[in-house]
Design a protein around this ligand. Structure first.
Ligand code: 13P
Length: 243
């Protein structure tokens, strides 16, 4: 049975200038000298910091990620970023369909699908985010919502080059982490919907140094997508060095 990759990724969202990102990197590199080889370390940072960050990785194992990608190679799309622009900077991963983009920027399953395919066409690994709201969870709709998102988002998507992140929206930025066993259960359901059961599936939502070990101990959970706690080098260092 092939072993699933472990991917621990930080999502900085709209945080850190270029100078701040380099300060982070300088300290963070000290925390990953002894990080076990079994895990991939990814930082999805703002577009404006990618270039400087990439030049200062100094052969480290940190993989660069972006937070969005447009599906067209170029054109009149003010404010958007193409796959080739990311390729040129050494970007390897890109977050697609984060709930904040779905909620605030009109992202739909259709545009998520276009972005996923554009990323894969240019050898970027997309991290597809799915998850339910509090209201949907309380109404017992979690499974249906996730199945609907996966079905529509993954049309024509290559499941050999994909990471999925289960991010219950009510757990994002709230400190209200999903119970690890419940996250494990939902991730198991996600895995059943996929044609490739070896895809890495992350959990995201208030992942912190004090809960990462129990999250990663769950058999279905192959990594984490970390917001707030990835902004601090020592916190994110502890998370990537989970036991
Ligand atoms: P927090 O870790 O801040 O809850 O954010 C999670 C997230 O949205 C990662 O993409």
């Amino acid at each position: 049975m092939p072993v699933r990759n472990i991917v621990i990724a930080g999502n900085w969202k709209m945080h850190k200038t270029q100078v701040e990102s380099l300060e982070f990197l300088q300290e963070f590199l000290n925390h990953i000298n002894e990080t076990p080889e079994d895990r991939e370390v990814v930082l999805c940072i703002p577009f404006t910091a990618l270039s400087a960050f990439s030049k200062n990785l100094h052969g480290s194992r940190v993989k660069l990620g972006a937070q969005n990608i447009h599906w067209e190679p170029s054109g009149a799309y003010t404010g958007e970023i193409s796959a080739m622009m990311l390729n040129e900077l050494g970007v390897r991963y890109v977050i697609v369909g984060h709930s904040e983009r779905r909620q605030y920027f009109g992202e739909t399953d259709e545009t998520v699908n276009l972005r996923l395919r554009a990323a894969q066409d240019h050898e970027l690994t997309p991290i597809l985010c799915v998850g339910e709201t509090k209201q949907q969870r309380d109404a017992g709709e979690t499974e249906d919502i996730i199945k609907h998102q996966l079905k529509h988002d993954l049309i024509g998507v290559d499941q050999q080059n994909l990471v999925v992140a289960y991010e219950p929206i009510w757990a994002i930025g709230t400190g209200d982490t999903c119970d690890p066993q419940e996250a494990n259960r939902v991730i198991g359901i996600i895995r059943q919907q996929l044609s490739n059961s070896n895809i890495s599936i992350q959990y995201g939502g208030s992942v912190k140094p004090n809960n990462i070990d129990v999250i990663m101990a769950q058999p279905e959970i192959d990594g984490a997508l970390v917001g707030g706690a990835s902004l601090d080098p020592s916190n994110f260092g502890r998370i990537v060095n989970y036991k």
